[in-house]
Design a protein around this ligand. Sequence first.
Ligand SMILES: Cc1ncc(COP(=O)(O)O)c(C=O)c1O
Length: 396
Amino acid sequence: MMTQVEIDAALAKRPACNWRSEPLLGSVYGQEEIDAAVNAIKESMDPNVGFGFSASPIPEFEAAFAEYVGTKYATAVNSAGPGIDIVMRALKLEPGDEVIVPPVNFGAAPLAVYGAGGKVVWGEVDPKTYMLDPEDVEKKITPRTRAIFPVHIHGMCAPMDKYIEIAERHPHPKYGPPKVIGDAARACGGSYKGEKIGKLGWATIFSFHTMKNMTTLGEGGMIVTDDPWLNEYAHSVRMYGGGVDAWGTSNVMTKVQAAVGLVQLSKLDSFIDGRRRVAYERNRLLAGVEGIELPYEPLECVHTYYLYAITLKKEWAGEKRDALIKMMNDEYGVGCVVANAPQYLSRKMLADAYGMTTPKSEEYAKRMMCVSLHPTMSSDDNRYICAALITCLKKL
Ligand SMILES: Cc1ncc(COP(=O)(O)O)c(C=O)c1O
């Protein structure tokens, strides 16, 4: 823990620019990405070549990504949201078909179930990891359950093997074990029990949005799977679905993005190392600070620390947590965010359709806040952020 002298010294070195909170933070890229993008554009200048359809290096990027994750197939898409929609539509849900989704989530997963005509069944999250709680999945699974759809929230890994085991014990009468699908938009490069996130489950979807662990010029995504049918379906419906005679629209990634993606993928592990360096240093600086629990990283997980989520003590839930976030931002220029409160609290449409049925998750989310973290953050900036947090906690 930092002494008062260390706190004062750290606060005296205010970072040159404010570290913003997650939705506003960009990723890391350099000259190699610029060269890759320019080369891809130059190659396309010949009118007989153009940008092409699924042109090189899109297939090369897909193959490299599948190899990195350890799956047979990957389909590049224009962002994770449409990738999630594609996987959800592949389930061909019928009215009343259920998908278990954690409410502490980005909106993409529940909205995709909604859009595909299914029924979201909210599953409580674990208070230590904020991941979909397998024990609650066991309680919520029914003969109508078609899928279990956890999110690898904060960049850590959800226990996919546990959901798969539950699914196998509760087969749907017509479709067999519910499919386990991972939303790894925030967790590219993380691992679970020695395997990369994306290896386990029927399908996993990644995001390459500007703020994510790796980016393809600000937008982009990837679907990975071992299922040849899903791979063919995804490749076809990302471009109007003619090949599989299904509804589709245009969700393609460009070759310029794929060229940049190949470079970013080669750097991904170093980005994760950078995030982990900052997180571990922060853990040391904040160890023992009263009233906060630091991010929990089970031994079997390699957390990417896309978000550094702390949990405040019960007395700080809600308004006091919000005041802390405001003080960190307004007085110290440190962005903090709640990622995320249950989706049904901010989307009436979801509350009306599926209810507000996870009171425990609502309580846990009131105590959570994510403090700005970036792989390029210097030790001085990290110390400043910790000193600011300790000071705000004292002031409040
Ligand atoms: C958990 C999660 N899922 C899905 C998405 C959607 O990703 P994209 O912006 O690539 O569509 C996001 C984006 O922030 C996310 O955090």
